[in-house]
Structure formats: structure tokens, C-alpha cells
Design a protein around this ligand. Structure first.
Ligand code: APR
Length: 187
């Protein structure tokens, strides 16, 4: 079930699995504003990454929805960890779309600035935060597309590591809808 596109010098692809074992330059956590850990991918990242990550998060105190903070990656197979805080879905009239786009963009910009050329995202906000999957996946892809247009070749690869096949299929649909198939792409 490969999903791979190339766009303005960046590879965009999908992977079905556990992000904590996915080798990349920078791994993104779906954190909460307290940065004190939680369940879902946040729980898995702190469990697998070790206690140093939480100690580093504590230095930031908190992080507003739509923003992200960067720490070391502890025992995870990445150089750095970005803790992105997505919006809690409240029906769609509370800036949720803007905040989700901002959370992704914040990570893309930091990764490019620090030359962390392969970034791996989970499906931010579509778990405990209840953001509708189809809308979130399209928004995520459109945010990456806009970033690649503004900063071609700034990142080498953007991967979504998705935890279940329903989520994978939603992101695959959004990937194909957002990025036209070009020579050498696979679907
Ligand atoms: N690897 C990849 N994806 C995962 C993993 C994992 N190990 N564990 C869960 N997921 C998926 C979920 O299945 C979902 O598709 O990550 C997506 C996001 O779900 P959550 O982790 O619940 O994140 P979110 O919806 O952004 O809610 C964040 O939940 O865990 C708490 O502390 C966190 O309060 C914050 C809130």
C-alpha cells in the first residue's frame, strides 16, 4: 500500500505503523498544551523515548495549540523531536482548521531551519482531539503542498506514519488528491 509523490524537490509518502520505531531526522509528537505527556502517540513517544524528553519539555512550561517545541529524541530513532499541539475539535467554528495548519507549518519551518531534512508526522488531532479525519488529512496535505511551493527542496522527505488502515486510506486519498502523479511516482 505505497503512497509516494514527489513535489518541488520533496518526497511525500505514507507509512502504516508505529512512529516510535520509524527512522527519520525529526519525529513529530501529537502533544497537548501542558507538554506533560498523555495517551496515544504522546504516550508511546514518552514511553519509548525515555524520561529525558519529559524533563526537556518541562523547560518550556507549555505550548499553545498551533505551535510546537523541539527537544532531543531520547531513545527514539530520530535526531530531534517536535512536540506539536493540535486543536481540540469543537465543531469547526473555533479556528480548528487554522490551528491544525499552523501546527503542521510550525514543524515544517523548524525542520527546514535546522536542516532536519526527513520529518515524520503522526495524524495530528484525529485521535483524542476528535478532528474529523478526512478534513484533517486534506488540511495536512495542503499545508505541506503550500510549504513546498514556498520553499522548494527545503525538505527532502515528509512522511506520515499512520497507525491504522482507515487513517492510512484517508491520508492516501488526500495525498493523491493534493499531488498529481508525476514520472517515477508510485501509488
Ligand atoms: N504511532 C503513530 N500513530 C499513533 C501512535 C503511534 N505509536 N499511537 C497513536 N497514534 C495515532 C492515533 O491512532 C491517531 O490516528 O495518532 C493519531 C493521533 O491520535 P492521538 O495520539 O490521540 O493525538 P491527538 O488526537 O492529537 O490528541 C492529542 O491525546 O495523547 C493525548 O497527550 C495527548 O492530550 C493529547 C491528545
Amino acid at each position: 500500500m505505497l503512497g509516494l509523490r514527489h513535489y518541488r524537490g520533496t518526497a511525500i509518502d505514507l507509512f502504516l505503523g508505529d512512529i516510535t520505531s520509524f527512522v527519520c531526522d525529526v519525529m513529530v509528537n501529537a502533544a497537548n498544551a501542558s507538554l506533560q505527556g498523555g495517551g496515544g502517540v504522546d504516550g508511546a513517544i514518552h514511553r519509548e523515548g525515555g524520561p529525558d524528553i519529559l524533563l526537556e519539555c518541562a523547560k518550556f512550561g507549555s505550548c499553545a495549540p498551533g505551535q510546537s517545541v523541539i527537544t532531543g529524541a531520547g531513545k527514539l530513532p530520530a535526531k530531534k523531536l517536535l512536540h506539536a499541539v493540535g486543536p481540540i475539535w469543537k465543531g469547526g467554528e473555533h479556528q480548528e482548521a487554522e490551528l491544525l495548519g499552523s501546527a503542521y507549518l510550525s514543524c515544517l519551518k523548524t525542520a527546514a531551519e535546522l536542516k532536519l531534512l526527513h520529518i515524520a508526522f503522526p495524524s495530528i488531532s484525529t485521535g483524542a482531539y476528535r478532528f474529523p479525519l478526512e478534513q484533517a488529512s486534506m488540511l495536512a496535505m495542503q499545508t505541506v503542498k503550500g510549504f513546498c511551493e514556498e520553499k522548494p527542496e527545503a525538505l527532502r522527505r515528509v512522511t506520515w506514519v499512520l497507525f491504522d488502515s482507515e487513517t492510512y486510506k484517508a491520508y492516501q486519498k488526500a495525498l493523491f488528491a493534493s499531488f498529481p502523479e508525476t514520472e517515477g511516482d508510485e501509488s
